[in-house]
Design a protein around this ligand. Structure first.
Ligand code: T3D
Length: 262
């Protein structure tokens, strides 16, 4: 069996490539398990300071492998709630809790859980030929993998409802206009631009970025008072890092900082 996720580390950036190109990198149980294990390992590896997620071939990810989900022998389909609990929810939690930035390079169609895994990454850069499809309603399901959380928050309720009800493809340039993603670039530049972005993030104060991520995660549910208190606490943690001392020292010495991620 070939490896469903390829890994490559270059400097402080690890790239994870979803690799089942014949089925547009849709997830079977093994691929989901493998991604969970890789994210768990990367969370604890201090030498990795940014993770980049992309797909092999012409697609980014077409969500759940539907051939696996619905048996061809006519027996009843699996309880999809369980698949979501075991495969996708852990991945979304891991992406949001990872104490380092995740850049998603969307190289082609991102459908179903594939779209919402992309939206759960910190910075999404997409090829101008990519598209995002909330494909769920077309097969009688609801958006999962955080879709009903991200869509109204990022795009507003009217657009979220249309995307989730109609399941139409949203081309990457419109996803950018909707505020769903960070950037769009020509297909031929996706690899270099997303790597450049990941390398830039990897050279930044990693612990501060992790604390920013924690604060932004909480902001999606907190009121102002709760936010002020959390910022106070996280700022204490940020100011105890070596990178904070280095950042201030470099500023005062009028030189470029050399952040170590500690
Ligand atoms: O059990 C559960 O369902 C759990 C729920 C989990 C959350 C979900 O993700 S539910 C949503 C599941 N995904 C979809 O419904 C998307 C299904 N795919 C599509 O609608 C289309 O493939 C795309 C719009 C994404 C792309 O269309 P197109 O025309 O560019 O490509 P294609 O020809 O449809 O696909 C290429 C091949 O990939 C094709 O195989 P073939 O004919 O060359 O042998 C196709 O069957 C295969 N493929 C694409 N998506 C999936 C898939 N095979 C299995 N599962 C897929 N999701």
């Amino acid at each position: 069996m070939s490896e469903p996720i390829l890994t490559e580390t270059r400097g402080a950036v690890t790239t994870l490539t979803l690799h089942r190109p014949l089925v547009l990198n849709s997830f079977d149980r093994e691929m989901a398990r493998r991604l969970q294990r890789l994210l768990e390992r990367l969370a604890g590896d201090e030498s990795v300071r940014c993770v980049r997620l992309t797909g092999s071939g012409r697609g980014f990810c077409a969500g759940q492998d539907l051939a696996e989900a619905v048996p061809s022998d006519g027996s009843p389909p699996a309880d999809v709630g369980r698949i979501v609990r075991d495969s996708y929810n852990p991945i979304i939690r891991q992406l949001r809790m990872l104490p380092k930035p995740v850049v998603c390079a969307v190289n082609g169609v991102a459908a179903g859980a594939g779209a919402n895994i992309a939206l759960s990454c910190d910075l999404v850069i997409a090829s101008e030929t990519a598209s995002f499809i909330q494909a769920f309603s077309k097969i009688g399901l609801i958006p999962d993998s955080g879709g009903t959380f991200w869509l109204p928050r990022l795009a507003g309720l009217a657009r979220a409802t249309a995307l989730a009800f109609l399941g139409d493809a949203l081309p990457a340039p419109r996803a950018l206009e909707y505020g769903l993603i960070h950037a769009v670039c020509p297909a031929a530049e996706l690899e270099s631009q997303s790597l450049e972005l990941a390398e830039r993030l990897a050279a930044m104060p990693t612990r501060a970025l992790a604390l920013i991520k924690q604060a932004l995660n909480a902001s999606l549910a907190n009121d102002l008072e709760a936010k002020l208190q959390l910022e106070e606490k996280l700022q204490s943690e940020a100011s105890a890092t070596e990178d904070y001392r280095e950042g201030v020292a470099a500023f005062l010495a009028k030189r470029k900082p050399r952040f170590q991620g500690v």
